[in-house]
Write a protein that binds this ligand. Structure first.
Ligand SMILES: [Zn+2]
Ligand SMILES: [Zn+2]
Length: 380
């Protein structure tokens, strides 16, 4: 990463000549006025909502969690899919976006942060920075790990192509109404949803972790940005594929990444280690909601640990039970064997004694017969 806080390629053009600002303003005006001209239909609104979700996902799961933070791995072809979907949201190219976002984390809320509401005010952090000439070009030195791919450099240069293709598809689906709602209104909502993370997520919400910046956790922003609203979590541990750290922190992007991992499209999703979840929890001086959030987090951790301990205890009890059962079975087998042997011996001894008794009786009978009649022949 370069030490230069600003991109190496800076195009100092007059503000009214900047394509980003002109396009930005035009799409806003068109999205306000044209829905009244073309009208509305269920189809056009459904198209706008579907494209909002799809492109928000491209920004959060693609531009942000993959390209800026490398929080999971994927194949080269799916990496391009992520870049294409992200680019269709008209937030410039993946290398530009992710490179500058790395700068935000490096210098967050210091004078070198490119979009800090603390440094330059809410509106600059929301829309000012993205249309400013300072940040027009892509500094490939900020993102050499992805700048080495020719197809990504191409897409970064021609970042408007996915949006052009999407606009044509919108026209094919619902004519000009499809273009106005799908490419216009949906795009503007997607912009402000994303920009809220740079502006509102550093102003509105609670803080669980003592980060060096002003980042906040905000469930409303998490819902509209598919999980990016847990921004204080994210600044605490930025390399995680999940930004909702606990089960109650809804993170739709992470759920979809988990689903894609199940079918083998992505892999090696990074999660915060247990000690990171416990580190730097806000202290007693923080707000009540932050304390609640911290307490809830540590309670959840204790629950996880207790569950693991119970699991271990059950396992070792089962082990001991099995051992006892085995030794009991051995004792029973031995007892059965020795009982069998004793019975055999006793039976043999009894037989022997019976035979002796029978012989003695025979002898007695014979001597009695001889005593009665001495002339009688011996029995044997
Ligand atoms: Zn931030
Ligand atoms: Zn980030």
């Amino acid at each position: 990463m370069s030490d230069n806080p600003r991109p190496a390629v800076v195009k100092a053009r007059p503000i009214w000549l900047q394509t980003s600002l002109v396009g930005f303003a035009l799409i806003h005006v068109a999205s306000l006025v044209l829905p009244f001209v073309v009208g509305v239909s269920v189809k056009s609104v459904a198209l706008a909502v579907a494209l909002y979700v799809m492109r928000m996902w491209g920004i959060t799961a693609g531009y942000h969690r993959y390209f800026a933070h490398r929080s999971y791995k994927t194949s080269r072809w799916f990496q391009f899919v992520l870049a294409w979907v992200g680019a269709s949201s008209v937030q410039k190219g993946p290398l530009w976006w992710a490179g500058l976002h790395r700068m935000h984390h490096r210098w967050s809320d210091t004078p070198r942060d490119i979009h800090s509401p603390k440094q330059r005010g809410f509106w600059y952090s929301h829309v000012g920075w993205i249309t400013a000439p300072d940040h027009d070009g892509t500094d490939l030195a900020l993102i050499p790990d992805f700048a080495k791919y020719a197809e990504l450099r191409w897409l970064d240069r021609f970042h408007w192509v996915p949006f052009a293709v999407l606009s044509v598809l919108c026209f094919a689906i619902d004519g000009w109404r499809g273009v106005v709602w799908g490419a216009g209104v949906s795009t503007v909502f997607g912009w402000h949803g994303t920009f809220f993370i740079n502006s509102l997520a550093h102003v509105w919400g609670s803080r669980r972790y003592e980060t060096t910046d002003t980042s906040r956790n905000n469930p409303v922003l998490a819902l509209i940005t598919l999980g990016e609203g847990w921004h204080n979590n994210h600044h605490h541990y930025m390399n995680s594929a999940n930004q909702g750290f606990f089960w109650w922190e809804v993170d739709v992007s992470y759920y979809t990444l988990r689903a894609l991992a199940l079918v083998g499209v992505v892999r090696d999703l990074r999660r915060p280690p247990a000690h990171v979840l416990r580190e730097k929890l806000v202290g007693a001086a923080a707000s009540a909601s932050a304390r609640l959030s911290g307490a809830r987090a540590s309670a959840e951790l204790k629950l996880i640990e207790a569950r693991a301990a119970v699991g271990n205890a059950v396992e070792s009890a089962e082990l001991r039970l099995n051992e006892a059962r085995t030794s009991l079975e051995n004792v029973a087998t031995e007892a059965r064997t020795s009982l069998g042997n004793a019975a055999t011996e006793a039976r043999a001894a009894a037989g022997h004694r019976i035979a002796e008794a029978r012989a003695a009786v025979d002898d007695a009978v014979e001597s009695a017969a001889q005593a009665v009649d001495p002339s009688a022949p011996a029995a044997k």
